[in-house]
Design a protein around this ligand. Structure first.
Ligand code: FAD
Length: 337
C-alpha cells in the first residue's frame, strides 16, 4: 500500500488529487484482503478503473484501489452464440478488438470508448445506437458488506440510459469483478443507421459492412470528433441528454423553433450539446477550463493545469445558464468525487 499517492495519472481529466492510501489489486482474493485491512482502519474506499468517468474535486482521505484484474474466457453455446467473459481490469477497447479478431459480433459500435470492462455496467455504456445492455448476460460482483461474490443478471442490473443499479441504490455497495457478454459468431446484427456510420462507410465505398468495418467507421468518427484525453484532459460527455415531457418540449418548440428532440412516447430526449451551444458555451474558455470547440458536451482541461474544483465550477455555470434559458436541469454524467 502506498501513502500520499498522486492520482493525476489515474484520471483522464489529468487533475491532481492525492489519495491518503493507494493499492493495486490483481485478483479477488487480493481485493478481499485489502478490504479487510481497510475496514479495520475504517477507511473510505475509491475504486479506480480507467479513470475516464471521474472528476476528482479534492484530495481523497481514504484508500484508492486500482482494479487490475485481468483475463478473458470464451464459451461457444450454440450455432450463433458465444459467451465472452472479461475481468474488470481489461481495457474496454482492447476487449472489443479481441472480440472482433475472433469475429464475435455485438460490441463493434462501442469501439474506442475509454475505460475498463469492469466499469462498463456502471452507466450501461453506449454509443452509436448500442448499449451494453443489448449484449449483456451477467456480471460477477463482490458485495462490500458481506464480502461474498454474487451474480447480477440483466434484470438485476436495472440498466437505463447511462444508468444502472450501481449508480442508484447499489451505489458504493458492490465492486464489479467480471462481465459476461452474449455475442454472435456468424449471423451478426449489423447496426449502421445511427450517427454518421452510414456516411463513413460510404466514404470508404463499403456497401455490405462486416463488424470489423463498422468498428473502423466508429473509430474514424470518434477520432475526428472527440478530443483525445492524452492530449486534452477530458471525460467524454460531461452531461447526460435530458429527457423532458412532450408537452414541455412542445412549449419550448414555440419559443425555440430549432430545438431538437427525439420523442419516445410521452417523453422527448433533448441533445444536451445543442442546449449548451445555444447558451454560447461552445469553445468558451474560462481560466484553465473550456468547453470543446467541436463538441460542447465535452469539458476539457484546456491548459493541463485545471483543478477538479475549477472543472466542477465550470460545469455548474453551464447547468445554471441552460436552466435559465430553457428551464431544463442538466445532470452530470461524470462521477464527481
Ligand atoms: C473521450 C471519451 C469518450 C467517451 N465516450 C463515451 C461513450 O461514447 N459512451 C459512454 O457510455 N461513455 C463514454 N465515456 C465515458 C467513459 O469512457 C465510460 O463511462 C467508462 O465506462 C468509464 O470506465 P473507467 O474504467 O474509466 O471508469 P472510472 O472513471 O475509473 O470509474 C467510474 C466510476 O465507477 C467506479 N468504478 C470503477 N471501477 C469499478 C468496478 N469494477 N466496480 C464498481 N465501481 C467501479 C469508480 O469509483 C467511479 O465512480 C467517454 C470518456 C472519454 C474520456
Amino acid at each position: 500500500m502506498h501513502e500520499n499517492f498522486s492520482l493525476k495519472p489515474y484520471n483522464t481529466f489529468g487533475v491532481e488529487a492525492i489519495a491518503k492510501y493507494f493499492a493495486e489489486v490483481h485478483s479477488t482474493e487480493e481485493l478481499i484482503e485489502i478490504l479487510k485491512q481497510s475496514d479495520a482502519q475504517r477507511l473510505p474506499i475509491l475504486f479506480l478503473g480507467g479513470g475516464s468517468n471521474i472528476l476528482l474535486t479534492k484530495n481523497f482521505d481514504g484508500l484508492a484501489i486500482l482494479l487490475n484484474l485481468q483475463g478473458i474466457s470464451e464459451e461457444i453455446i450454440g450455432e450463433n452464440e458465444v459467451l465472452v467473459t472479461a475481468k474488470a481490469g481489461e481495457n474496454w477497447h482492447k476487449f472489443v478488438l479481441f472480440c472482433l479478431s475472433k469475429n464475435y459480433g455485438g460490441l463493434e459500435n462501442l469501439s474506442l470508448i475509454p475505460g475498463n470492462v469492469g466499469t462498463s455496467p456502471m452507466q450501461n455504456i453506449g454509443a452509436y445506437g448500442i448499449e451494453i445492455k443489448d449484449v449483456f448476460l451477467s456480471c460477477k460482483v463482490l458485495n462490500l458488506e458481506t464480502l461474498e461474490v454474487e451474480i447480477f443478471d440483466l434484470e438485476k442490473c436495472r440498466f437505463g440510459y447511462r444508468d444502472s443499479i450501481f449508480k442508484q441504490e447499489g451505489k458504493g455497495k458492490y465492486v464489479i469483478l467480471e462481465v459476461t457478454f452474449k455475442l454472435s459468431t456468424k449471423n451478426h446484427f449489423i447496426k449502421t443507421e445511427y450517427g454518421a456510420i452510414q456516411s463513413e462507410l460510404e466514404k470508404s465505398g463499403i456497401e455490405n459492412p462486416s463488424i470489423q468495418d463498422i468498428s473502423q467507421a466508429v473509430i474514424n468518427i470518434r477520432q475526428s470528433k472527440l478530443p483525445d484525453p492524452k492530449v486534452r484532459g477530458n471525460a467524454g460527455s460531461f452531461f447526460k441528454n435530458p429527457t423532458i415531457p412532450l408537452v414541455e418540449f412542445e412549449k419550448l418548440k414555440q419559443k425555440f423553433e430549432n430545438i431538437q428532440g427525439y420523442p419516445n412516447g410521452k417523453l422527448v430526449k433533448v441533445p444536451a450539446g445543442w442546449l449548451i451551444e445555444q447558451c454560447g458555451w461552445k469553445g468558451k474558455k474560462i481560466g484553465n477550463v473550456a468547453s470543446h470547440k467541436l463538441q460542447s458536451l465535452v469539458i476539457i482541461n484546456a491548459t493541463g493545469n485545471a483543478t477538479g474544483k475549477e472543472i466542477y465550477d465550470f460545469s455548474t455555470m453551464i447547468i445554471d445558464s441552460v436552466k435559465e434559458k430553457f428551464g431544463i436541469e442538466l445532470e452530470r454524467e461524470v462521477n464527481t468525487i
